[in-house]
Design a protein around this ligand. Structure first.
Ligand code: RIB
Length: 261
C-alpha cells in the first residue's frame, strides 16, 4: 500500500452550505483517515498482510497514527516522519443523509517522494498487489507504477481525488477503481466502477451489496478498494473480489468515520 494518512476533523450538518453561506454543525470529532491508511486497514480486515508506504508529520498526531496502525497489524517500516510539517488533515462535513464533502490539507502526504517509494521497492516487488491512490504526489505514484511494472506486481489504482493520469498508468492499472463521476475522466484498460448503494461493476462482472442502515459513507470507497486488493492478492477472480469489496464497502457505511472504532 502506498498512500496518505490524515487526521479527519468531522462535523455533521443538516444540509451542506452553499458557497458564501455559514451553517452551524454538530460537535467536532477527530478520527483517523486518509485514503492510504483507510485502505490499508480495509485490506488487513479482509485478511491481507499489509505494509504502508507513506509520510506523517513529526507531531503527536503522526506518532499516534503510527502506533495505531502497528497495533492494527499494518507494517509501518516504510512510514516516514517529515519534520516541520503537519500530519495530513481532512476537513469533513457529513449531512443528514450521510453524504459528505471533504477538503484535504495534505501536509506530510505531499512530501512523499519517488525516492521514498524506491526505498520500499523490495516490499512492492515481494507483494502480490500494490494499491495506491491520488492523495500523494504524481512523482510518487509514477515511481509505484515503475517498480510494480518492472517487478510484475499487480497495480490497483484508486483514482481519487481525480486528476489527469499518464496513459502508461491507465494501461498498467488492473483495475483502475473509480466512482461513476470519476469514470468519465479515464480511458483505462481495466476499469472497476463503484456505484454507491447499487454496488460495483468491472467489465462483464458486477456485484450488489447487502442492504444496510447507512450512518456515514466516509471511507466506504476505501473499504471497497482495500477489500478488493486483498481478495485479488488472495487469488480471487473478478467476481469473487467484487463481491467481497461491495460487502466491505457497505459495512463501512454502518459506522461513524472512515475506519472502524
Ligand atoms: O475517503 C475518505 C477519506 O478521504 C477520509 O478519511 C479523508 O481523510 C480523505 O482522505
Amino acid at each position: 500500500m502506498v498512500g496518505s494518512l490524515n487526521v479527519d476533523l468531522v462535523t455533521e450538518v443538516r444540509r451542506h452550505p452553499s458557497p458564501g453561506e455559514t451553517v452551524l454543525g454538530g460537535d467536532l470529532r477527530r478520527s483517523r483517515g486518509g485514503k492510504g491508511a483507510n485502505q490499508a486497514i480495509g485490506a488487513v480486515r479482509a485478511g491481507a498482510s499489509v505494509a504502508l508506504v507513506g509520510r506523517v508529520g513529526d507531531d503527536a498526531d503522526g506518532r499516534a497514527y503510527r502506533d495505531a496502525l502497528a497495533a492494527a497489524g499494518v507494517d509501518v517500516t516504510h512510514l516516514r516522519t517529515t519534520p516541520d510539517v503537519a500530519t495530513g488533515t481532512a476537513l469533513i462535513v457529513v449531512d443528514g443523509r450521510g453524504e459528505n464533502t471533504i477538503v484535504v490539507a495534505p501536509g506530510a502526504n505531499a512530501r512523499l517522494t519517488a525516492a521514498d517509494v524506491r526505498d520500499a521497492a523490495g516490499a512492492i516487488r515481494g507483494a502480490d498487489v500494490v494499491l495506491v491512490q491520488l492523495e500523494i504526489g504524481q512523482d510518487a505514484v509514477d515511481a509505484v507504477s515503475e517498480v510494480a511494472g518492472e517487478a510484475g506486481t499487480r497495480l490497483v489504482l484508486n483514482a481519487s481525488p481525480v486528476r489527469p493520469l499518464p496513459p502508461s498508468l491507465l494501461a498498467l492499472a488492473d483495475p483502475l477503481v473509480v466512482n461513476e463521476h470519476e469514470a468519465r475522466e479515464y480511458d483505462a484498460v481495466s476499469l472497476c466502477v463503484t456505484l454507491g448503494s447499487a454496488g460495483a461493476r468491472w467489465g462483464e462482472d458486477s456485484a450488489t451489496p447487502p442492504r444496510v442502515e447507512v450512518v456515514d459513507t466516509t471511507g466506504a470507497g476505501d473499504a471497497f478498494a482495500g477489500a478488493l486488493a486483498a481478495a485479488l492478492a488472495a487469488g480471487e477472480g473478478r467476481a469473487g473480489a467484487l463481491g467481497a469489496a461491495v460487502a466491505a464497502g457497505a459495512e463501512a457505511t454502518t459506522w461513524l468515520g472512515a475506519q472502524p472504532g
